[in-house]
Design a protein around this ligand. Structure first.
Ligand code: X8Z
Ligand code: ZN
Length: 615
């Protein structure tokens, strides 16, 4: 199946993409369908005709699947699950058949546009289904079930039942290690019941991937980057190598401050960090414990959560503010339908998928977000992230269906984040959230806060799919799911679970949305690099000469026009062309991350002097 979730963002949007959870555009996420008997050379249409027909058919199916999936995700019931799974199975079947057919055309001598479309068709699915009858429906049913378990998961804890929304708030704010461990452990009890179904889905997707000519589903996922699939893993390792020294300094400093706060019995001075002490259920971004790690002697940092609340922001006003930033760059306002149809706060009295996502239901202008927004700094960032997806979708709406997608999936995740990087103190002053920009002595705090969100994320962004690649290849059998997960979590992030050894039936990867939802995750790792590359290029374009972290591009229509020119390309060209159009570079490059955090790196090294860093 292609996974439903994915479908959303593109679903409507694009057919191809049907998939994944966070953005719904096209091509990427669908799963495959039954093979079509190869037509004989004489009888079959030429490649251009085949592609044009495939696009028209998939566009229609994608819209139907997206609308059904929107209904499901904003109101989970037996019937909405049934309808969405059926629509998902239908597009997955057709998509798969078309992908297989696309693979039979030789691209030699073809018009390059047609050749690229054939390539995108072939690699467009996220979870291809085997061709046998019923397989796509079976996969869609499993996918729906896994997502329902995640979306409706609750656990018992002193004081009653808790869901993820409440758990997220407490993980961010509680400083009681026993309570944190209980919440962490409680949430991780929702996933063991998913394990068997998840393994069945892996087996089915692998079967489908093999029918398309890939070794396994991981190999398919690595084939989506306009470079030889065999080189992609090494490319991500190269990028990680650029930022790992900075991460190690951040880890070392954070560990020592946690030790000072909680004592040796809770957080030892050496070794890995306890995963539940970092302010986030998955220890994927650490900004919520800024109060614990803040530089002791400096000017206090701006508390964006407090400023939003003091200024009586609600969820809708946060989204309007995000829209205002994009408008200042020259992007047209969001359509009225965005406001009429989006789900911006959690509705009462029904189950929904709260994990934030952005959709384009008709692949034209029916753009929406779906969030259970809280008024805090983290969700203010997420609002910009989601709007970035919507503005990207609208920018490429005039491309043909197969090209209605990001240059690669990391681009899609990086657009809104790049804009959010420009939420500087100067910007907050201009929109009236603060009265005065703190002097330069506050910069260390500001950079540290940003590093807790962005640098801390990178190893997590990398390891989720390292785990899945091993699962799909068979290197990690079901019996090793959890040990392999924690091996990677400790190796890359330097963290361990609270409470020592995990139970034998644990499936801790399943407690992270993107695993049951089947949304590929390397995209976020790439986005965390690309957003700094975009930001550095934007600041250069704006003529900024000071330190990168103080540059704001708010109101700069020239930067906006250049950004839009890249966004309009969609997936019509290989991603290095899109990257070059905006940044002048043809390679992903973490040197912009290093540039941005340069002043912090020195400060961290000073703080860590005499410590033995690493774990
Ligand atoms: O899933 C998301 C977005 C939707 S694409 C809210 N993100 C990743 C996550 O939450 O794990 C954004 C950052 C990483
Ligand atoms: Zn996203």
């Amino acid at each position: 199946m292609f996974s439903m979730k994915k479908a959303r963002w593109f679903a409507a949007a694009a057919a191809l993409a049907l998939v994944a959870a966070c953005v719904t555009d096209n091509a990427a996420q669908v799963s495959a369908a039954p093979a079509v008997a190869a037509t004989t050379e004489a009888a079959r249409p030429d490649a251009a005709t085949f592609v044009a027909k495939a696009e028209a058919e998939l566009a229609a199916l994608a819209e139907a699947a997206a609308r059904a999936d929107w209904m499901r995700q904003t109101n989970i019931t037996f019937d909405t699950n049934w309808l969405a799974a059926r629509a998902n199975a239908q597009i997955t079947e057709r998509f798969s058949a078309l992908a297989k057919e696309a693979a039979t055309y030789s691209t030699a001598g073809l018009d390059p546009v047609v050749a690229r479309k054939l390539d995108l068709l072939k690699r467009g699915l996220t979870l291809p289904a085997p061709g046998r009858t019923g397989a796509a429906q079976q996969m869609a049913d499993i996918g729906t079930k896994l997502e329902e378990i995640y979306a409706t998961g609750t656990f018992d804890i002193a004081g009653g039942k808790m869901d993820l929304e409440r758990a997220t708030i407490e993980m961010a704010s509680s400083r009681d290690p026993a309570r944190l461990a209980a919440i962490w452990t409680g949430w991780h009890s929702i996933s063991p019941p998913m394990k068997e179904d998840y393994a069945r889905l892996v087996a089915l997707a692998n079967e489908g991937s093999k029918e398309l000519g890939y070794a396994d589903t991981g190999a398919l996922w690595r084939s989506k980057y306009d470079m030889p699939a065999a080189e992609f893993a090494a490319e991500t390792d190269r990028l990680w190598g650029q930022v790992a020294p900075l991460y190690n300094q951040l880890h070392c400093y954070t560990r020592s401050r946690l030790n000072a706060r909680y004592g040796d019995a809770v957080q030892p001075k050496t070794g890995p960090i306890r995963a539940d002490l970092l302010g986030n259920m998955w220890a994927q971004s650490w900004g919520n414990i800024y109060d614990i790690v803040a530089p002791r002697t400096r000017t206090p940092n701006i508390d964006v959560t407090a400023r939003l609340r003091a200024n009586r922001y609600d969820a809708v006003r946060m989204v309007k503010t995000g829209e205002g930033f994009f408008s200042s760059l020259g992007f047209a306002p969001l359509p009225q339908t965005f406001w009429d149809r989006s789900m911006i706060v959690r509705p009462q009295g029904r189950d929904v998928v709260c994990h934030a996502s952005a959709w384009n239901l008709d692949n034209i202008e029916d753009i929406r977000i779906k969030m259970c927004t809280q008024v805090n700094a983290e969700d203010f960032q997420t609002v910009h992230h989601e709007l970035g997806h919507n503005y990207y979708q609208r920018a490429y709406k005039d491309q043909s269906f197969i090209f209605k997608d990001g240059a690669n999936d990391g681009f899609h995740e990086a657009i809104g984040d790049m804009v959010a990087l420009a939420i500087t103190p100067e910007y907050l002053r201009r929109i009236g959230l603060i009265n005065q920009v703190p002097d330069a002595s506050a910069d260390t705090g500001l950079l540290l806060r940003m590093a807790l969100d962005k640098v801390a994320f990178m190893p997590f962004g990398l390891l989720v799919d390292k785990w899945r690649w091993q699962v799909y290849s068979g290197d990690t059998p079901v019996s090793d799911y959890n040990t392999s997960w924690w091996k990677l979590r400790t190796q890359y992030q330097g963290i361990v679970p609270p409470g020592g050894a995990r139970p034998a039936d644990a499936f801790d990867a399943g407690a992270k949305y993107h695993v049951p939802a089947n949304v590929p995750y390397t995209r976020y790792f790439l986005a965390h690099i690309l957003q700094f590359q975009f930001y550095r290029a934007a600041c250069k374009e704006a003529g900024w000469e000071g330190p990168l972290h103080r540059c704001t591009i708010f109101g700069d229509k020239e930067v906006g026009a250049k950004f839009n020119a890249m966004m309009e390309m969609g997936a019509s060209k290989p991603w290095p062309d899109a990257l070059e159009a905006f940044t002048g570079q043809r390679e992903m490059d973490a040197s912009a991350v290093i540039d941005y955090f340069k002043p912090l790196q020195g400060w961290l090294e000073e703080q860590n002097r005499g410590q033995s860093c690493g774990w």
